[in-house]
Design a protein around this ligand. Structure first.
Ligand code: MN3
Length: 224
């Protein structure tokens, strides 16, 4: 009986330890759904190779360091400097892409909530000024990285950018806040269709922003 219980316990522990901590959510639309603004091949490679790669490498790195049961992503981000650069890059990569898929939509008719629109007008003067500011930040990010609309700790909206797969939730990020919209400006996000013309990708992406999701994330961030 004791042996059986021990075997059962060992089995439970081994199942627990072999469970991958993080996984990709299904893409909420087809690979070709964002055409012509983002092409199907880019979406497929981006989701099944790049994002999937970040998740696999993150789980592997956590397992190697015995940290696979460290908790959720916020635990990693709030203690960022304690983790290796492999965990940093791949945890960021997983979180950032999960947000990116969510804030895009094939439905080109969605609008921001009245509350979010008001906040954008207060903090950036107008929707156009906001878009220009974000595009400028995204175009100006040298090399690979992200441009964000964040809710700051003071509950203001701000446009910032971060290098590589960093984001404003990381405890050692020079810009801090809750991202509610993130634009991937790595070349893998646009190069097949737009080649070197990052600015064209940045113009096109405004057609497919899921303002419903961004508005919901804004409400959630304001409650924090
Ligand atoms: Mn990417």
């Amino acid at each position: 009986m004791k042996t059986a219980l021990l075997t059962f316990t060992v089995l439970l522990i081994s199942i627990n330890f072999s469970t991958a901590q993080f996984s990709q959510e299904p893409l909420p639309y087809a690979f070709n759904a964002l055409e012509p603004f983002i092409d199907a091949q880019t979406m497929e490679i981006h989701y099944t190779k790049h994002h999937a790669g970040y998740v696999a490498k993150l789980n592997e790195a956590l397992k190697e360091t015995g940290m696979e049961n460290c908790g959720d992503m916020s635990v990693i981000f709030s203690n960022m400097s304690k983790y290796s650069s492999v965990i940093r890059n791949n945890a960021g990569g997983h979180f950032n892409h999960t947000l990116y898929w969510k804030i895009l939509t094939p439905d080109t008719s969605v609008k921001p909530s009245a509350k979010l629109l008001k906040a954008i007008e207060v903090d950036f003067k107008s929707m156009d000024e906001f878009k220009n500011k974000l595009n400028k930040e995204a175009a100006g990010r040298f090399g690979s990285g992200w441009a964000w609309l964040i809710v700051t700790p003071e509950n203001k909206l701000a446009v910032v950018s971060t290098p590589n797969q960093d984001n404003p939730l990381m405890s050692d990020s020079p810009v801090k806040g809750t991202p509610i919209l993130g634009i991937d400006v790595w070349e893998h996000a646009y190069y097949l269709k737009y080649k070197n013309k990052r600015a064209d990708y940045l113009q096109a992406i405004w057609n497919i922003i899921n303002w419903e999701t961004v508005s919901k994330l804004y409400d959630e961030a304001m409650l924090k």
